[in-house]
Structure formats: structure tokens, C-alpha cells
Design a protein around this ligand. Structure first.
Ligand SMILES: CC(C)(COP(=O)(O)OP(=O)(O)OC[C@H]1O[C@@H](n2cnc3c(N)ncnc32)[C@H](O)[C@@H]1OP(=O)(O)O)[C@@H](O)C(=O)NCCC(=O)NCCS
Length: 196
């Protein structure tokens, strides 16, 4: 059984950041980093052109109250009134799409101009807290190309466990295959304060 949509408690303030839903006016700021091939190198989409950016922003704007497997929450992250990145929480389930979501995947993209200041860590920590305190989730996970060392380091800072490294299971954009690293964080670990 899938529960109805739960509206997350937003906006959310952290020490330096504001997390809120994405609005159409964020298009230019999101476009500024999502059109950069360095930023999208390890993302599931290539650098966005105008049309792809419109499609992405439309999807992010609509992603405000996920309920079912496959649906997601998208958040814009602001620092001093400027959008510095965006976050995603995508629901999945342990045993197929008819179940209530029990697992969610975390995702993050930050503008390179705002890297190295701990913004992604601070925002993702707030998303982990929001995820476990708002939804009846058992597990959070992240999956990434192991060559994406900054994203892997972020998972470690969040207290996630490196659980798996699968070989050549993801088709890359050059017609080859890349490996996948899987990181996980269980509710009981979050409750016990293990999350960083
Ligand atoms: C993944 C990504 C979000 C990580 O960004 P990041 O800048 O490395 O992460 P943070 O913002 O948390 O910054 C961490 C750095 O700031 C430093 N830092 C400074 N102040 C800090 C603070 N208050 N808290 C934590 N870290 C702090 C850390 O020491 C770390 O430095 P280091 O990189 O020299 O080790 C970013 O690289 C990105 O958007 N990449 C492109 C998109 C992408 O690949 N997404 C993931 C797909 S799986």
C-alpha cells in the first residue's frame, strides 16, 4: 500500500543554507552548472542544452510531494539568496513497485563556484534528517561512479557505509561500461547518531 503524498516541512534552514522546493525562476541558476560538462561528467545526463534544461527544471519544479516508488523530492539549495545547488530524494522499494517506499536514493549537484566549502555536506545532512523524520523509510542509499571521488567523499562525510562496488554495470556515454559504488545508511544508524 502506498500512503498518500506527505508534504515535507519546507523551507528548511541550516546554519548557512536554505533548502526549498525548486521554482521555474531557478532555471538560469540550474542551467549555469548543468550546462557544464565537468559537472555532468558522472551524472546520468550529459551537459544540458536549452531544451533539456527546460525539461529538467519542469521535472524538478513538479517534484514537491513524492508518494510512490519512482517519485522524487527535488530541493533547491540557497546560500545568501543565491542558488548554489540542488538535491534529490528518490523513492524505491525493497520488493517491487506496489510496495510503500522503504528506500530512497540521495542525489546532489552543486555549482563548481560553490565547491569546497561544505555546502553539499551541510545540505545533504539536512536532507538525510528530513528524509528519515518525514517519511517511513528504512534505508537511504547513494550510487555513483567510483571515479567520482568528491561524491564518494560526501557519502563518507554523511556517515554512509560503502556497501558495494559493482563492475561495469552502467553504460557510459562513450559506448563503454562504468562501475558503480553503492553507499547506504540505515534508519537505526541515523537514530543512533551515526550519520555525520
Ligand atoms: C559531489 C559534489 C556535490 C561534492 O561537492 P564538494 O564541494 O566536494 O562537497 P562540499 O560542498 O561538502 O565541500 C566539501 C569540501 O569542503 C571542505 N569544507 C570546508 N568547510 C566545510 C564544512 N563546514 N563542512 C564540511 N566540509 C567543509 C571539506 O573539507 C571538503 O574539502 P576537500 O574537497 O578539500 O576535501 C560536487 O562535486 C558536484 O556537484 N559534482 C558534480 C555533480 C555530481 O557528480 N553529483 C553526484 C553524482 S553521483
Amino acid at each position: 500500500m502506498t500512503p498518500g503524498p506527505i508534504t515535507p516541512p519546507l523551507p528548511l534552514r541550516t546554519e548557512r543554507l536554505l533548502l526549498r522546493t525548486v521554482v521555474a525562476e531557478d532555471r538560469a541558476a540550474i542551467g549555469a552548472y548543468c550546462a557544464d560538462p565537468e559537472v555532468t561528467r558522472y551524472l546520468p545526463f550529459p551537459a544540458l542544452d536549452d531544451q533539456a534544461l527546460t525539461q529538467r527544471v519542469d521535472r524538478l519544479v513538479a517534484a514537491t510531494a513524492p508518494a510512490a516508488v519512482g517519485e522524487f523530492l527535488a530541493l533547491a539549495v540557497e546560500h545568501e539568496g543565491v542558488l548554489v545547488g540542488d538535491l534529490m530524494l528518490r523513492f524505491s522499494a525493497a520488493h517491487g513497485p506496489d510496495e510503500a517506499p522503504s528506500i530512497a536514493e540521495l542525489g546532489w549537484v552543486f555549482g563548481p563556484g560553490y565547491a569546497g566549502r561544505g555546502f553539499a555536506t551541510e545540505a545533504a545532512r539536512a536532507l538525510v534528517d528530513l528524509a528519515f523524520s518525514t517519511y517511513p523509510l528504512h534505508r537511504l542509499m547513494a550510487q555513483l561512479d567510483p571515479r567520482n571521488t568528491r561524491s564518494a567523499a560526501l557519502c563518507e562525510r554523511l556517515g554512509m557505509t560503502h556497501e558495494a562496488h559493482t563492475r561495469e554495470d552502467y553504460p557510459d556515454r562513450e559506448g563503454g561500461w562504468s562501475d558503480t559504488a553503492v553507499y547506504g545508511l540505515l534508519r537505526r544508524e541515523w537514530e543512533s547518531g551515526r550519520a555525520g
